[in-house]
Design a protein around this ligand. Structure first.
Ligand code: ADP
Ligand code: MG
Ligand code: MG
Length: 252
């Protein structure tokens, strides 16, 4: 499996330092969760890993199997095996979901190695069924008029077709009702293998009832301040963040 190593990562947005030295290592076969109060930098971490231009890395490094991700263009990051589900996926006019998925698979596979059309259709149909997505959705324009829940399912559809080495899933649970949450969680659980590692960013512990993380991290004030196992998420769900702030001497 692959290894994503985030080392002493500092990230600024519009001159304000948001991440103040994040350290985190995710390996193939591992499910990590990051929790933390609103505004502590969780999405900033996801954006920086994927190379969003508004997020300036001022210090530190992100290595994928020893290669510096920060030196790669955004599309190179995807080709190297990183996947990011955005908190607010955008609409792309005039492109059907099916076309978008096929071209994103081919962008990763590279010229001369395009996925055969019949194989693509077969794989897509299998995943549509697993995610209980109506087949007609694949022929609709990407994200146009999709509900929040449909967008999330679509992202997981994309991830399961792209088969990334490491996926960063930011608030994949937001906007999902319980049934959809179960379906999406099952699809993520189905990806469990030595070849796949994920960092699941969430606000709520409830997602972690369906996707069992091996490691749970808490981010506060731009740093990972505590790491543990699933029991850490349980405690946060039951008791909130106050005890941890006290333990760490953090004032807000
Ligand atoms: P979280 O995901 O933990 O809720 P974010 O990473 O979204 O937190 O935000 C962390 C901090 O960075 C917040 O204070 C937020 O206002 C700020 N921030 C994040 N992105 C931007 C941006 N694009 N422009 C300005 N400020 C931002
Ligand atoms: Mg937020
Ligand atoms: Mg966020």
């Amino acid at each position: 499996g692959s290894t994503l190593e985030i080392k002493d990562l500092h990230v600024s947005v519009e001159g304000n330092e948001i991440l103040k030295g994040v350290n985190l290592t995710i390996k193939g076969g591992e499910f990590h969760a990051i929790m933390g109060p609103n505004g502590t930098g969780k999405s900033t971490l996801a954006s920086a890993i994927m190379g969003h231009p508004s997020y300036e890395v001022t210090k530190g490094s992100i290595l994928l199997d020893g290669e510096e991700v920060l030196d790669m263009e955004v599309d190179e990051r995807a080709r190297a095996g990183l996947f990011l589900a955005m908190q607010y996926p955008s609409e792309i006019s005039g492109v059907t979901t099916s076309d978008f998925l096929r071209s994103s698979i081919n962008a990763i596979r590279g010229e001369g190695n395009e996925i055969p059309l019949m194989q693509f259709i077969k794989e897509m149909d299998e995943k549509l069924e697993a995610l209980e997505i109506d087949k007609s959705m694949a022929q609709r324009y990407l994200n146009e008029g999709f509900s929040g829940g449909e967008k999330k399912r679509n992202e997981i559809l994309q991830m399961s077709l792209l088969k990334p080495k490491i996926a960063i899933l930011d608030e994949i649970d937001s906007g999902l009702d319980i049934d959809a949450l179960k379906i999406v969680s099952d699809a993520i659980n189905d990806m469990r293998s030595e070849e796949f590692g994920t960092l699941i960013i969430t606000h709520y512990q409830r997602l972690l009832n369906y996707i069992k993380p091996d490691y749970v991290h808490v981010m506060m004030q731009g740093r990972v301040v505590k790491s543990g196992g699933p029991e850490l998420a349980k405690r946060l769900e039951e008791e909130g963040y106050e005890w941890l702030k006290e333990e760490l001497g953090i004032k807000d």
